[in-house]
Ligand binder design. Structure first.
Ligand SMILES: Cc1ncc(COP(=O)(O)O)c(C=O)c1O
Length: 460
């Protein structure tokens, strides 16, 4: 059913080496003109040309399977023709309406409200922000501070929430934080439930008694905790850039229940895990927890148009007009694409497809885990995957080196993947949700070969 959305169902490398000569030429020009801040093309040195679905071609005519999706944006694939055609030619329509009402905007909001989890329907409002996820995080923090009159925000170790100063302040990675001090004050990082690398040292499965929850509760309720009463906590229900860490069953609910008891607002950052990435609109729908504020971006713009927003409980709607503004918060193309994307997810039963292909891929990846001693753990929910690389399974010592070699072997053979993780040692897949069964299997053949090659090199 989904085959027609892609150029082809397999990769095809026609140059002797990747990058080929044309890619190299553009990379050299980029080096000359563009900031040193560039990051992805250092890791994956390719100049892309065209894209369709989960396939991209480069300037040399190589075809790649794209399990990266522009950082988890193209949930319905690149240039999805159904959406593109129906978007139509905009002609005299308004393209950017700041925050004036348009039929498109009202339709978009009604469409999004109609697919919210039942428990949320009728209880939430929307605020549109600047077009990036980071701006949604800024808005969420600001609203929580205004509502509570408090300053402190709790975040979690391993989190990624963006690069603007507020969003960076609640992001834990020191590499990003260190060049830009001082960040906003009043942020504390709590341990996240990442069972493979349990911050409380309980790494053996079955031994965990939610010691991190005790720590969290103590931080809030012990009068000597040293932490002033927080306004809110911000949490990724599944950590994305941190390495696809998935908390144990019940952990998210426990955090939320302790937050409620202590009158702390709960912000769930669903920028990466939202828009059906895990097989449901939001990742938190795999738990019983309900947040006060949700951040959304990435997939919500349909096919990569920039759009970001927060959803929040109606009783929080107390900020004064113009408290959080921005020029580009009325992108009509993105909203129209968002409406079409939600409709397409429902019409084509994409949630069920994500579940099915997600399970197939997870099972295959688990087989690889048994085969390769340097794969420490495989984690996934729907179509967000993490494969954690270690020197060996016994020591669990993280191996950024192996992960980077695997990533390179992958792109050289036609598979684009992402690198993340606490120690930069996790290969991450965020494929378009519309990949076919064959594409999933073909991608994993390339991935397996990459692991075999590295294993052979290590043992040589
Ligand atoms: C969970 C999460 N929050 C926030 C952001 C920041 O979004 P943006 O890069 O659009 O500012 C990201 C980006 O990867 C993310 O994954």
């Amino acid at each position: 059913m989904f085959k027609r959305y892609h150029f082809t169902e397999n990769a095809r490398i026609i140059t002797l080496k990747v990058p080929g000569p044309q890619s190299k030429k553009l990379l050299r020009k980029q080096e000359k003109y563009e900031s040193k801040n560039r990051s992805y093309p250092r890791l994956i040195p390719i100049a892309f040309d065209k894209a369709r679905g989960a396939t991209v071609t480069d300037e040399d005519g190589n075809t790649f399977l794209d399990f990266f999706s522009g950082c988890g944006v193209f949930n319905l694939g690149h240039n999805n023709p159904d959406i593109l055609k129906k978007l139509g030619f905009f002609e005299d329509n308004i393209i950017q309406a700041v925050d004036f009402p348009t039929k498109t905007k009202i339709n978009f909001m009604e469409k999004l409200f109609s697919v919210l989890p039942k428990k949320m329907r009728g209880n939430y409002k929307i605020n549109f922000g600047g077009p990036t996820g980071s701006d949604a995080v800024e808005a969420a923090i600001k609203l929580a501070r205004i509502k509570t009159g408090k300053n402190v925000i709790l975040s979690f170790q391993g989190s990624y929430h963006g690069m603007t100063t507020g969003a960076l302040s609640v992001t834990s990675k020191l590499f990003h934080r260190n060049p830009a001090p001082p960040l906003i004050p009043g942020i504390h990082f709590m341990p996240y439930c990442s069972p493979y690398r349990c911050p409380m040292g309980t790494n053996e499965s079955g031994k965990c008694k939610f010691e991190c929850i005790n720590y969290f509760q103590n931080s809030l309720e012990n009068p000597h905790s040293g932490i002033d009463k927080p306004a809110a906590l911000i949490l990724e229900p599944i950590q994305g850039e941190g390495g696809t860490y998935i908390p144990k069953d019940g952990w998210v609910e426990k955090i939320v229940s302790i937050a409620r008891k202590n009158h702390i607002l709960v912000i769930f950052d669903e920028i990466q895990t939202g828009f059906y990435r895990t097989g449901k609109l939001f990742a938190f729908e795999h738990t019983d927890a309900i947040p006060d504020i949700i951040t959304m971006s990435k997939g919500i713009g349909g096919i990569g148009f920039p759009l970001s927003l927060i959803l929040y409980k109606k009783e929080l709607d107390i900020w004064k007009p113009g408290t959080h503004i921005g020029t580009f918060r009325g992108n009509q193309i993105a909203m129209r694409a968002g409406i079409l994307a939600i409709k397409m997810v429902k019409d084509l039963k994409i949630e069920a497809h994500v579940k099915k292909i997600g399970k197939l891929m997870k099972d295959k990846l688990k087989e690889l885990q048994n085969e390769f001693n340097f794969i420490g753990e495989v984690r996934s929910e729907g179509m967000i995957f993490g494969v954690e690389y270690v020197k060996n399974r016994q020591s669990k010592e993280p191996s950024e080196e192996i992960a980077k070699k695997i990533l390179r072997q992958c792109y050289e053979n036609g598979l684009i993947v992402e690198l993340g993780g606490y120690y930069n040692n996790v290969i991450r897949f965020l494929p378009p949700l519309i990949i076919t069964r064959s594409m999933a299997l073909n991608g994993l053949v390339i991935f397996k070969k990459a692991n075999e090659n590295i294993k052979n090199k290590i043992s040589a």
